[in-house]
Design a protein around this ligand. Structure first.
Ligand SMILES: NC(=O)c1ccc[n+]([C@@H]2O[C@H](COP(=O)([O-])OP(=O)(O)OC[C@H]3O[C@@H](n4cnc5c(N)ncnc54)[C@H](O)[C@@H]3O)[C@@H](O)[C@H]2O)c1
Length: 286
């Protein structure tokens, strides 16, 4: 099946990036938000990044206008009822996501593929909440979406081969390299990332080395662009904590459970860069 019309539910950090890459790749996109304020914020974010691309000479003003014309913002669910493929990018909460899938299943034509951008939740559970479980799949975009080279596709237990093939083709058309994972806690990317971060936290807890030296072992030793503790601070320790809890809940694998240090930092409001302190202390950003 050919994909022409795309929908995105949720215009936050990830949703706005997904809308942008889809429109830049020639798709007509409807961005569905819950409130006018978040819709405006999502559209303004896209405008900002497109204008920056024009300033840096990556695209022309005419390209920007064409891309922008492909994007329509909406607060009305029914505006998604002619889409070929819809990507849900609302907060990481199974019950909230399920509600969105049930509604999309109700209003969309039979051919519409429903995707979730979940970082670690069960895509199969979302699929089973619908009457089209063969057409539900995970599309885990990485942040920031436009420059990221990867798209991790998560095949639910119920996803058909046809849906997988269509979504792989769609992902490649966005300029992404495709990874395909089974529907397991954290899939490939977050399983590896959380396991590495947890090991780094345990080294710190046991007094084996400083945060700087633990991070350096990965940046200088393996060529990672950033060490695991600095990355956790950058992403927000509350986000990492929530993802860890969800992955542990699904897997009961103790290697994925939040460490005592992480819990202590989160409980005390030290959430990383955004609060000025996490594993590291940060000077206030202007
Ligand atoms: N932030 C990351 O680095 C990252 C990376 C990969 C995947 N993800 C996943 O992407 C998803 C979204 O994360 P985010 O960081 O963009 O969150 P976010 O909080 O920035 O954005 C979520 C948006 O969804 C909106 N929303 C909530 N309920 C809605 C509904 N019913 N209908 C329409 N809009 C609704 C909110 O108003 C908000 O604008 C999550 O599943 C997350 O795990 C996040």
């Amino acid at each position: 099946m050919g994909i022409k019309k795309v929908g995105v539910v949720g215009g936050g950090f990830m949703g706005s990036g997904i809308v942008q890459v889809c429109a830049q790749s020639g798709y007509e996109v409807v961005l569905l938000a819950r409130r006018e304020q978040s819709l405006n914020k999502g559209i303004a974010t896209i405008e900002y990044y497109l204008s920056r691309d024009v300033e840096k000479g990556r695209i022309s003003q005419q390209d920007k206008d064409l891309i922008r014309a492909r994007i329509k913002g909406s607060l009305t669910q029914e505006d998604l009822n002619d889409r070929d493929l819809i990507i849900e990018a609302i907060p990481e909460d199974t019950e909230r996501k399920k509600k969105v899938f049930v509604e999309l299943d109700r209003i969309c034509p039979g051919h519409t593929i429903l995707c979730s951008n979940t970082s670690c939740l069960s895509v199969t559970e979302l699929a089973r909440a619908t009457n089209r479980s063969d057409k539900v799949i995970g599309t885990h975009f990485l942040s920031p979406v436009p420059p990221s080279k990867l798209l991790e596709i998560v095949k639910a237990d119920t996803t058909s081969e046809e849906t997988l093939a269509t979504v792989k083709k769609f992902g490649r058309s966005l300029g992404k390299e495709i990874l395909v994972a089974k529907d397991t806690p954290g899939f490939i990317f977050n399983y590896l990332l959380i396991a590495l971060t947890r090991a780094a936290e345990h080294l710190l807890e046991d007094g084996v080395a400083s945060a700087e030296d633990i991070d350096k072992s990965m940046t200088l030793g393996l060529g990672h662009p950033i060490g695991p503790l600095a990355l956790a601070d950058f992403n927000g320790l509350d986000v990492g904590y929530m993802v860890s809890c969800a992955m542990y809940e699904r897997s009961k694998n103790p290697c994925l459970a939040p460490s005592a240090t992480l819990k202590e930092l989160v409980d005390s409001g030290r959430l990383g860069r955004k609060t000025g302190e996490g594993f590291y202390k940060y000077k206030k950003e202007k």
